[in-house]
Design a protein around this ligand. Sequence first.
Ligand SMILES: Nc1ncnc2c1ncn2[C@@H]1O[C@H](COP(=O)(O)OP(=O)(O)OP(=O)(O)O)[C@@H](O)[C@H]1O
Ligand SMILES: [Mg+2]
Length: 353
Amino acid sequence: MVSKEQVMELIKSVEDPILHKSVLVHEVKIKGSHISLKVALSKTGTSEQLEVQQQIVKLLKEAGAETVGLRFDSLSEEEMTSDEAKKVNPGTPPLLSSECQTTFLAIASGKGGVGKSTVSSNLAVALSRLGYKVGLIDADIYGFSIPDMMEIKTRPEIIDNKIIPPERFGVKVMSMAFFSEDNSPVIWRGPMLGKMLNSFFSEVNWGELDFLLLDLPPGTGDIALDVHSMLPSSKEIIVTTPHPTAALVAVRAGKMAQTANHEILGVIENMSYFESKETGKKEYIFGRGGGERIVQELKTDLFGKLPLAQPDEEDPDTARSIYGADHPIGKIYEGIANSVIAKVKKEQFVEVK
Ligand SMILES: Nc1ncnc2c1ncn2[C@@H]1O[C@H](COP(=O)(O)OP(=O)(O)OP(=O)(O)O)[C@@H](O)[C@H]1O
Ligand SMILES: [Mg+2]
């Protein structure tokens, strides 16, 4: 029967599919005519792994093994040079490049104060709870509110000349709040928005992201259009209250966006009703029908309706404006997140057809 040394020698002829050098053996056990071994590859689970497996089994059987037990391991960081590590994981393409796979979602409204920031942060958290990699940009440079709503206590770090965004509830967040001392106002002119956004894209190390949400400042759409010209593939989600005026202004902003070929992904209606804890009865304090009206006029989808409420402070899975995953409103956000994902996926499917 073969010895451990002979097995090691035989395996030397097997190449790592990415690094093109011998695979590394982490463990060999020989019991009678059964050989079991653990082999480390630079990347496991690839289609080439099967070929490596067949090659090893063939070699060992030719050397006299009757049965072969083979497990794969990943090479550790120490087992690769930094050049090799780069080969295995070339890093994520920059956010604004064409290879970037991130879906950009711009959260807009016509009127201010309808709950864009509340909805953006809760939607970001819901997407993250569903297992997606999510970033959130607080694009309201004057009225930044996201870090407070999510109760983010940490600040960005600078590593290798890149800003590392703080993370909360699994969401990476960037906001002007991090660069403003003591909540003091940032006095900038309009064109700064573009500059600020640009540096949030190019100077921040976001890592790999499935979704990047942008919480836009209030306005009738010009800011959304700026964002669209910078991120042509971004999709807009409109937040409205059920009030007819809010809906009217949102329709105007939405039409402006559509004229510029900016896609409206869907609508979320916020502050839709108040549900009495005692009786369970719904009261429509701000009227009804705002969301439906936008959907009809802009020919888009209604992702969901959110009641008037505040997160439950006792819940550890919560922050000032963030609902826990098991809170009834946390569940509504989960449903909205699923609808958003379904629509994005459907469109990607259509695009590749
Ligand atoms: N469903 C809700 N129930 C109760 N309060 C809410 C709800 N949604 C938002 N609010 C509150 O309403 C206020 C405005 O919400 P938010 O800041 O999210 O709106 P906004 O559209 O981002 O505002 P702005 O236009 O100023 O950026 C906040 O105090 C927020 O906590
Ligand atoms: Mg806001």
